[in-house]
Each structure stands twice: as structure tokens, then as C-alpha cells.
Design a protein around this ligand. Structure first.
Ligand code: PLP
Length: 369
């Protein structure tokens, strides 16, 4: 008897590579390829980079000149924060925002996972007028643990009124929600390739015209002087191909929201004590963050793994250890934070995967009640 292949539902950590990204990277791998070289090899490499830039810009809703390639979302976040003297942000950000700057203030989040816009207004108003040009407001578009989407239109309006620049970490929202960076009122946005089926180690910072950016790395002046270092051509080619493939199926995550909601309904009907975080507000269609039983989240993640389903507990952590979720702590969920697991679908996820998940989920939580 052959067992079913494991089911991967941890796409907010990383998504599997798309076939188109693999093909584009294999294609870019052969010839010598420094896009700054003037000979034919260099010009061919430049074409690949610019083609990828166009594809990323297309998916982000901006022009290609606004895309600065980086080594990923972490670098994009560090790069933009390094340009400002004071950062105002939220306690639910990724560590590459919330833990990288010496002068940082935090705006409260509500129990549903959204930013408290009254507190935001108060904090922006309290910034002395003379300091506002050197202050950056950084608020993520979608949270990696709960999928909760922030009301970025309202936040952009509040920031504009206070004349403070807004950056958004859009690593999780990119490719999963429609994006109109050029029309958003946001000055900078961070993206990452490996969340949309491209390779890890490549991403971008989007920069609106008129917003400055000086390279953190000093050297060759690539990316129009905004990010030095010979371009990661293979990674960039994979990123571009993944962005193109994501653009070809813009409704995938809206459909997934239906599959995810049906799964959640089954859970709450059968396990009345289950709590689903952020369920009452707009969320990514792929994410569900649930506390449903007395066992620690790590124990349940192992049980899921043995049952052939990959999910995660709390925040994925580079050391392999699971830390208590700073996101759920900020939402004030109390002890439930220690029991929460995260399920996240991706570009390759199908309706049947959420149906299988529901069966496994109910079986495991009934066994571990
Ligand atoms: N921002 C968010 C919200 C993320 O979820 C992640 C990755 O998990 C990052 C930033 C970092 O991106 P990268 O892995 O490309 O450095």
C-alpha cells in the first residue's frame, strides 16, 4: 500500500517553487551574466533582469523603475528603515521591522489584529513637526500568522495628513491580494519572491517616485545607486517568472478563501471551543490561525507531521525553535497563544487539500482532547 504524499500547508513560511520559476532559473544559469557588462552576454543578462522587473512591477501595480531588487524581504525592510531616524510601527510586524532600529515606537493593535487607528493618529500627532520628515510609519499589509489585512487606505490617509511617510511590509499580501502600489499613497513596500513560488534569497523594495533611497551597501552603484552588488540574476529570473505566473491566476486566493472558510466552519461546528484568530475582519484567503485544544501547539504540529500534513505553530523561527507568538500576545489572546497553529495554503493548494486537512484536524483534536 502506498501512502499519500505529504500535504504542505505552510506557505506563509515558504511556498514550493513554481515550474516556471525553475525553468527561468535553469535558463539563466548557463552563460556568464553580469548585467553591467556592455558585451552581448551582459546585454542578454540585462534583458532578463529588466524583464523580471517588469513582471514584478505588473503584479505590484507600479512602474518597473520603482522596483529595487534586494536579497529578500528582510533586506528590503532593513534598507528602508535605515533611511529614517525614528520608526513608528506595530508590535505584530516581522522581526526585520520590529527589531532592527534603535529608535522605534509601537502603535497598539486591537483584539481582532488590526491597528488601533485612534492610537495611530495620537502617536503621529505627537511627533514634532520638525521631526516628521525623518520619521517613517511602517505597517505590514497582511500578517504572516493570522493573515489579518490592515486597513491600509485609512492608514495612508492618516499618514498623509500628518505628513509622515508610510512603508508597508507587503511580503505576505503580494500575489495573494490585488495590489495597486502606484495608487496606494504608500511610499515604500517590501516584497519577497519565495512566498509566491520564486526562490528564497531575492525580493524587492518598491520606491515611489520622489522618495529617496541611498544604498546600505557601498560599491558598484547597481539598481540606480539604490542597492549595490552584482545582481542575483538567477534569483531575479525566478522571481520574475513566479510573478508572471501569479499574474496569470489572479483569483486563486479569492477561491481559496471559500475553501478555507468551509474548513473553519467544519472545525467550529465540531469543536465548539475552537478559537480562530482574526476571523471577524478581512484576512488573506489562504490563512487560518486556530487554537482548538489543550495540547501545546508544538505537540500538535508534530502530530500533524506524523499524519502527513505540514502546518506550523506560532512564528517560524530560524533556530528551529518555536517561540511564543508576539502577534497573538499583542492581540491579547492570553494562554490560547500557546495552543495556536497556523495553516496556510499557497499557489499549488487545491480545494481537496483543505478537505483532507479538515478530516485530519478533527481526528487529531478528538484524539488529543
Ligand atoms: N516580512 C514578513 C511579513 C514575512 O513573513 C517574512 C518572511 O517570513 C519576511 C518579511 C522576510 O522575508 P525574507 O524571508 O524574504 O527575508
Amino acid at each position: 500500500m502506498t501512502s499519500a504524499p505529504p500535504l504542505y500547508l505552510d506557505n506563509n513560511a515558504t511556498a514550493p517553487l513554481r515550474a516556471a520559476a525553475i525553468a527561468a532559473m535553469q535558463d539563466a544559469m548557463g552563460p556568464p551574466a553580469n548585467p553591467s557588462s556592455v558585451h552581448g552576454f551582459g546585454r542578454a543578462a540585462r534583458l532578463r533582469v529588466e524583464d523580471a522587473r517588469q513582471a514584478v512591477a505588473g503584479l505590484a501595480g507600479c512602474s518597473a523603475s520603482e522596483v529595487v531588487f534586494t536579497s529578500g524581504g528582510t533586506e528590503a525592510n532593513n534598507l528602508v528603515l535605515s533611511q529614517y531616524a525614528h520608526i513608528i510601527t506595530t508590535p505584530i510586524e516581522h522581526d526585520s521591522v520590529r527589531a532592527v532600529h534603535p529608535h522605534i515606537s509601537f502603535v497598539n493593535v486591537l483584539a481582532d489584529g488590526r491597528v488601533d487607528c485612534d492610537d495611530l493618529k495620537r502617536q503621529l500627532d505627537a511627533v514634532p513637526v520638525a521631526a516628521r520628515r525623518q520619521t517613517l510609519l511602517s505597517i505590514m499589509a497582511a500578517n504572516n500568522e493570522t493573515g489579518v489585512l490592515q486597513p491600509l487606505d485609512d492608514i495612508a490617509e492618516i499618514a498623509a495628513r500628518a505628513e509622515i511617510t508610510l512603508h508597508s511590509d507587503m511580503v505576505q499580501a503580494f500575489g495573494k491580494t490585488a495590489m495597486d502600489f502606484a495608487g496606494s499613497g504608500i511610499g515604500y513596500a517590501s516584497l519577497s519572491a519565495h512566498k509566491i513560488g520564486g526562490p528564497s534569497g531575492v525580493g524587492a523594495l518598491l520606491v515611489r517616485p520622489g522618495f529617496g533611497l541611498s544604498s546600505l551597501l557601498k560599491g558598484g552603484g547597481q539598481e540606480q545607486g539604490r542597492r549595490s552588488g552584482t545582481e542575483n540574476l538567477i534569483g531575479i529570473a525566478g522571481f520574475g517568472a513566479a510573478a508572471k505566473a501569479a499574474s496569470d491566476d489572479p483569483d486563486h486566493y479569492a477561491r481559496m478563501a471559500g475553501w478555507r472558510d468551509a474548513f473553519e466552519t467544519q472545525i467550529t461546528c465540531n469543536l465548539p471551543a475552537a478559537q480562530i484568530f482574526g476571523q471577524s475582519v478581512r484576512r488573506l484567503g489562504n490563512t487560518s490561525c486556530i487554537a482548538a485544544g489543550p495540547k501545546a501547539a508544538e505537540t500538535m504540529v508534530m502530530a500533524f507531521d506524523i499524519a502527513g500534513v505540514a502546518v506550523s505553530a506560532g512564528a517560524a523561527c530560524s533556530s528551529g525553535k518555536v517561540q511564543r507568538s508576539h502577534v497573538l500576545d499583542a492581540m491579547g489572546v492570553g494562554d490560547a497563544a500557546a495552543h495556536a497553529i497556523r495553516v496556510s495554503g499557497g499557489w499549488a493548494t487545491k480545494q481537496a487539500d483543505f478537505e483532507t486537512l479538515a478530516d485530519v484536524f478533527l481526528r487529531l483534536y478528538k484524539q488529543n482532547a
